[in-house]
Structure formats: structure tokens, C-alpha cells
Design a protein around this ligand. Structure first.
Ligand code: 3BY
Ligand code: FES
Ligand code: FE
Length: 410
């Protein structure tokens, strides 16, 4: 196992503006270091309130080695727990999602209330104290209907994100949406390759014919910079802001998250093959159909698109040093009826294509990086500013946690 000092000295060999040294993408010890210092410390996208429609609605997720269950209690609160029984540690819930009146461990049927309290355990003796054997809680917080978890003992301040999420994503009213479709793909690539690939559109024209019908690949719009360095971007932001729709580029001081609203190409209003709306029902209080897409990322594990007719939530989870799970959720108005208000194929086809194209890209990137011939290469400052911004965030965050000293964004 590499010590913190080993990881730090490797990190200090990296050249800013270049892809990372090979072990950061391949080494099982560095993967464990990422889990410990990033994934088990930060707020992570888990899902949205639409996945917890009623009492007992639950989802499970695997974050590296951490098995987590999220469940809505009888009081309406969505809570999170380690999915590990307080008897002998069995996973309490194996299903990915569902509804349960109580959480019953399949091994010896210890039974937990939806708020984590142990209700029942057979023949444990008079000195057994059930109050000391509830499921271990994890932090759960909501931002405009997005549900985040944090596995740290003490979670980072979530309030600044909540404030901006309310402004930018609030108008899309996630609480009034339902899941129209969800897809999960395992990509044979380190989680950072999945994120790096997302943060640039240098590859878009060569790889994403469906997406490029409506999505602008202009790096001034989707890169690291304020989108108003693009004229159409500036006009779009001004028009939306005038209509009361928060749209201006905003980034956290730590650069961990960002919101910006960008226009689609030409007259397009949604991610469809013809650019027309995918769903006839507009969502929330978005003032017009051609409001473009509000882009939100939060490192280390999510990027999202908030449209006038649907919302796309992307969640990345680390599986191993060279595997990641990417889950995409399509949300539409809860009263929209499939086959009447939307066609599922029309709604999902662009991003199903795009995700599969990106999976291939990430897997080829991983194979090439594993090769002994790999050396870190330079990012394009013009096209890959977003990747530089992500990798710098990663390096800064890891360094500060390895040394216990805070580092400011440049
Ligand atoms: O999904 C996204 O937000 C990014 C932006 C650039 C490439 N990719 C489509
Ligand atoms: Fe859960 Fe025994 S391990 S009841
Ligand atoms: Fe892509």
C-alpha cells in the first residue's frame, strides 16, 4: 500500500496542463487513495427526489467499497445508511431500488425501521441493547431536488451549493418530475477519465454525430471559461436573465461545481435528432421553450443538463482502478404520459448514442494509458480548458488532503 507521502510525491511529479502520470489512472493503491481522500470525503450525487416517490422508496449505491442505502422515511425525510447489517455485517438490501415497509436483513432477519433504528432481532439475550445497533447513518442533503450523500464524519458545507442550485435548477422543479428512463453502463476506465472526457468537446465533432445536431461544441460555451466569451452565449444568458431565469456562469471558489445556461444550435430546443422538444409539457417555471440547457457539474461524480422539457442527471461511481459505473436518468413532468406527451425512443436516443460513444472513447483512452508507451500529453488550452480545470481541482484537492493544508484555486 502506498503511504500518503508516496502519493504526494507522485502527485508532485505531475506537469500542470498535461494528463496525469500513468498510476493515477491504473494503480489500485492510487484508486484506494482516491476513495479515501476524495470519494469518502466529498458530497456525491446520489440521485433525485423523483426516485423516492413514497414512504419506503429506496435506492442502493456502491461507492468504491462503500455500500449505501437511501430510503424515504414515514416522516418524508430521505436518509442514508451504510448498507451493512449491525449483526454480522451482511448487506441488508441487494436490490438497486424498490419500496420496502421495513429494512430486513436477509441473513438472520434483523429488522430496521426506515429511519435506521433496529426494531427486532431474534434471541439476542437480555443484555442486548437494540438502541446501540441501528444502521450507521451517512449525511444526506438536497439541492433543488438533487440528492447528495457524504460518507465523511463531518461533511463539507453544503449551503453555498444549495443556494445556487435553488436559483439555477429550482425553475426546473425536480420535485414535480418523474423518472422516464434510467440507463447504467460500466465503462472500463478510471473515474477521472470519465470526468476528463466529459469536460471537453474537442472530441465531439469526431465522435458524437447525434449530439452535434443540437449541442454546440464551442469551447467558449462548454469549456472552463465564462460562456459570455461567446457572442451567442452572452446573448442567450442576457435573454434568460432578463426573463428572470438565472443563467450567468457561476463557479464555486473551490471550483468544485459550476452552473451556466447555454443555447442549443440554431432553432433547437432539446436533445432530439430533429432538435424539437422531446416532451410536449414544459417543466417548472422555465419561461420559454428555447431556454437551452443549464449545465451543472459537481466533482467528483456528476454533470447534468436542465432543459425546458426534461432534465438529465449523470452520476459516476468508482468500481475499481479501471472501471466506473455511469448512470443516466431522464426526468420529465410527472403528469407527462409516455406515448402521448413523449416518445421514449425520441427522448433517450441522442444521449444513449452519446453515452455509448463516450464509453468507447474512455475505454480506448484507458487501454492506451495502460501501455508502457504512455507518457502524459499536453491538453489543448483552447479546447480542453475544462479538463485542465478538473485535473487541477483534483490535484489541489488531493494535495490539500494529503498534507492537511488548504490550497486555493489559481
Ligand atoms: O455533457 C456535457 O456537459 C459535456 C459538455 C462537453 C461535452 N459533453 C457533451
Ligand atoms: Fe444481518 Fe445476521 S447479518 S441479521
Ligand atoms: Fe463525449
Amino acid at each position: 500500500m502506498l503511504s500518503n507521502a508516496d502519493v504526494l510525491s507522485l502527485l508532485l511529479t505531475r506537469q500542470p496542463g498535461y494528463s496525469l502520470p500513468q498510476p493515477f489512472y491504473t494503480d489500485p493503491d492510487l484508486y484506494q487513495s482516491d476513495l479515501r481522500h476524495i470519494w469518502y470525503r466529498d458530497w456525491l450525487m446520489a440521485g433525485t427526489v423523483a426516485e423516492f416517490p413514497k414512504t419506503g422508496s429506496f435506492t442502493t449505491l456502491q461507492i468504491g467499497d462503500a455500500a449505501i442505502i437511501l430510503v424515504r422515511g414515514a416522516d418524508g425525510v430521505i436518509r442514508g445508511f451504510h448498507n451493512s447489517c449491525r449483526h454480522r455485517g451482511s448487506r441488508v438490501c441487494a436490490a438497486e431500488k424498490g419500496t420496502a415497509p421495513k429494512l430486513v436483513c436477509p441473513y438472520h432477519q434483523w429488522t430496521y425501521e426506515l429511519d435506521g433504528r433496529l426494531l427486532w432481532a431474534r434471541e439476542m439475550g437480555d443484555d442486548f441493547d437494540p438502541t446501540q445497533h441501528g444502521l450507521k447513518p451517512v449525511h444526506v442533503a438536497q439541492a433543488a431536488g438533487m440528492v447528495f450523500v457524504c460518507l465523511a464524519d463531518s461533511a463539507p458545507d453544503f449551503a453555498p451549493l444549495q443556494r445556487e442550485a435553488d436559483r439555477y435548477a429550482g425553475p426546473h422543479a425536480l420535485a414535480d418530475l418523474k423518472v422516464a428512463f434510467q440507463s447504467s453502463i460500466t465503462e472500463k476506465g478510471n473515474w477521472k477519465l470519465v470526468l476528463e472526457n466529459n469536460r471537453e468537446c474537442y472530441h465531439c465533432s469526431g465522435s458524437h454525430p447525434s449530439l452535434c445536431r443540437t449541442f454546440p461544441d464551442d469551447p467558449n460555451l462548454v469549456g472552463a471559461d465564462d460562456s459570455t466569451t461567446s457572442t451567442v452565449g452572452a446573448q442567450h444568458v442576457a435573454r434568460c436573465e432578463d426573463a428572470g431565469l438565472p443563467s450567468k456562469y457561476v463557479i464555486a471558489p473551490s471550483e468544485q461545481w459550476r452552473f451556466v445556461r447555454i443555447p442549443f444550435l440554431g432553432a433547437a430546443t432539446s436533445y432530439t435528432m430533429d432538435g424539437k422538444a422531446a416532451v410536449t409539457r414544459r417543466i417548472g417555471t422555465v419561461p420559454f421553450d428555447d431556454a437551452g440547457s443549464c449545465l451543472f457539474f459537481h466533482y467528483p461524480n456528476t454533470w447534468n443538463h436542465f432543459l425546458s422539457d426534461h432534465v438529465l442527471i449523470f452520476r459516476v461511481l468508482p468500481v475499481s482502478a479501471m472501471e466506473s459505473l455511469v448512470t443516466t436518468t431522464w426526468l420529465v413532468h410527472k403528469d407527462a404520459q409516455e406515448g402521448i406527451d413523449y416518445d421514449l425512443n425520441r427522448l433517450t436516443e441522442v444521449w444513449l448514442h452519446t453515452n455509448d460513444e463516450d464509453r468507447r472513447i474512455v475505454e480506448e483512452n484507458q487501454v492506451g494509458i495502460r501501455s508502457p508507451g504512455y507518457t502524459p500529453g499536453p491538453y489543448s488550452r483552447a479546447q480542453e480548458g475544462g479538463v485542465i480545470q478538473f485535473v487541477d481541482w483534483y490535484a489541489r484537492t488531493l494535495q490539500s488532503r494529503l498534507t492537511g493544508r488548504a490550497l486555493m484555486a489559481a
